[in-house]
Design a binder for this molecule. Structure first.
Ligand code: ZN
Ligand code: ZN
Length: 545
């Protein structure tokens, strides 16, 4: 059941005539109850995740990397899941803080800070400190506050350019990932590209291209604002903690997914209310200088998380089919964000989100965006199709029109490095995108000349592990689908690129199975168990019943 009544979520009132104070108090009441429910879900996730991580259950389920399992099954990053588990572990030796959280006396953000700072001897003092201080003041008292996985300082880099240059950028990012042997985030790929460019460029580099922006003013209202919130939590979330005798990886995987779905339902409601709250600047009604201070102090949420919820909510307004799938928990938060740029044009994308692994979905959306740049239709590709890169000639049609962007968000140091690399490649008096073009040509040329790019099986499989949902590109092995010892031949149709972990500890330890013909007709069984169906069965990246 939703906490917020349907008419509030529908938000049909005229915004100009609304009584702002009344509206602020109403939304604040719902938001605080939602935040409390969300915090309880986090605690449940953390306790389950602790068992999962301690047993390295992702390996038992057939995933080489923790992050591959967290993204595919929960739509969260590995870092977020580890953070939840860390708090759960600390609270086991801090009974007073755990009790204060259970009673709703402290928010999630406060609990997280207290779990970092307090010891069994000092937890009483810390609780007292938390009760009469703002979250920000408490944070200042914690010697080394944990880096918030939702809230790390990032800068946005953006460059207007012709479309063909953006296609080149995607190619350079792909090569950077291949060179690194892993699915580098965009920011890390940008860093590698810049470093490669700078190592070749003799030109002087500006040594101070970036200054930190001044910090936000620190005054917040005297009333720290958090008081106990009693909220009934859906029974199925609490029941998830009755673990039973032995930790079964498959069962914990399922319970984590149920908790995650409950959390997503709450997140969706929060996104709807926060959008109105932000649009009307209702934080002022409570005397907060900014919306992010309101969110931190009253809701115990990070500003980044709140902004992401609102951004997703705005995007979902344009894509009703995707919005419905997200609301019902059929599409994870990561999948919904991935689909936003394409889903408004074609509902077929929403169906596709439930049919393929997240890894494949990301690749298909990137492929469709490349096609859009070239003026081609952006419907999903046929199932299992090879995603051929869009020909460069096609991109050259609108030659020097600046109608595309290269953008990424990264730590300030990375953005600075990238700007420095652009300066080093800039022909005198030419626009910046020409410098970017020169940099990318240089980097692609260097990397394509590396000998490791000539293996035919690895090339066919895109220099990545072929096991569905795996994002590893390092230590690839050439595996025979039908073993040589069982009469398998040496043809390319019987060979597939897979990472060392999946090869030695997945396939050859019986946690995953593969049969069929490479590259398009391999059936995978991931998370193989005795007497019951495997966790996942797929044909390539496509789920099988
Ligand atoms: Zn093998
Ligand atoms: Zn793998």
């Amino acid at each position: 059941m939703d906490v917020v009544p349907a008419e509030v979520l529908a938000d049909t009132g005229d915004r100009r005539t609304v009584d702002r104070d009344l509206r602020a108090r109403q939304l604040d009441g719902y938001l605080r109850r939602l935040a409390r429910q969300e915090a309880v879900c986090r605690r449940v996730l953390g306790r389950l995740a602790r068992t999962f991580l301690a047993g390295r259950y992702h390996n038992r389920l057939g995933f080489a990397r923790l992050g591959d399992w967290t993204r595919e099954r929960l739509g969260l990053s590995a870092r977020q899941v580890q953070d939840l588990a860390r708090v759960a572990e600390r609270l086991e030796s801090l009974p007073a803080i755990a009790a204060a959280f259970a009673a709703g006396d402290v928010s999630w953000t406060q609990t997280r800070l207290l779990a970092t700072a307090a010891t069994p001897d000092s937890e009483g003092e810390w609780l007292a400190l938390a009760r009469d201080r703002t979250v920000r003041a408490l944070e200042a008292l914690v010697a080394r506050p944990p880096a918030d996985p939702d809230e790390r300082h990032r800068l946005r880099f953006s460059l207007r350019c012709p479309r063909r240059l953006r296609a080149r950028w995607r190619q350079a990012v792909e090569l950077a990932r291949r060179m690194a042997g892993s699915e580098l985030p965009l920011a890390a790929a940008a860093e590698v590209i810049a470093a490669e460019g700078l190592s070749a460029a003799p030109a002087p580099v500006d040594d101070c291209p970036f200054r930190e922006p001044p910090p936000e003013p620190v005054d917040t209202p005297a009333d720290p604002g958090w008081s106990a919130v009693e909220v009934p939590i859906a029974e199925d979330v609490e029941k998830l903690l009755q673990l039973g005798p032995a930790g079964d990886p498959f069962m914990i995987d399922e319970r984590l997914r149920v908790a995650r779905r409950a959390m997503q339902r709450i997140d969706w409601q929060m996104g709807v209310l926060l959008r109105t709250f932000f649009d009307l600047r209702l934080h002022r009604a409570f005397g907060f200088p900014s919306a992010s201070r309101y969110v931190a102090e009253r809701l115990g949420l990070s500003g980044r998380k709140a902004r992401a919820l609102v951004a997703l909510e705005r995007g979902l307004r344009r894509t009703p089919a995707l919005a419905a799938a997200y609301r019902e928990g059929n599409v994870s938060w990561l999948r919904a964000l991935t689909l936003l740029p394409v889903a408004s044009r074609d509902d077929a994308w929403v169906a596709r989100a439930g049919e393929v692994t997240l890894r494949r979905l990301v690749a298909e959306v990137e492929w469709a965006l490349d096609r859009r740049d070239a003026g081609l239709p952006t419907a999903p590709p046929p199932p299992g199709a090879t995603l051929a890169p869009v020909e460069r000639q096609m991109c050259a049609r609108s030659d020097d029109m600046l109608d595309a962007d290269i953008t990424f968000a990264a730590a300030p140091s990375v953005v600075a490095l990238f700007r420095a690399a652009l300066d080093a490649f800039r022909p005198a008096g030419e626009p910046r995108w020409k410098a970017c073009e020169k940099l990318l040509e240089h980097v692609c040329h260097e990397w394509e000349a590396q000998p490791q790019h000539r293996d035919p099986v690895f090339a066919r499989d895109g220099w990545r592990c072929a096991v569905p949902a795996c994002t590893s590109r390092a230590n690839l092995h050439d595996h025979h689908i039908r073993y040589r010892s069982a009469g398998g031949d040496n043809s390319r149709a019987n060979r597939v690129a897979i990472c060392a972990w999946h090869h030695l500890r997945g396939i050859h330890l019986g946690r995953i199975r593969a049969h069929g013909t490479a590259p398009h007709a391999i059936t995978w069984e991931i998370g193989v168990r005795r007497g019951r169906p495997p966790l996942l069965r797929t044909l390539g990246d496509r789920y099988l019943p």
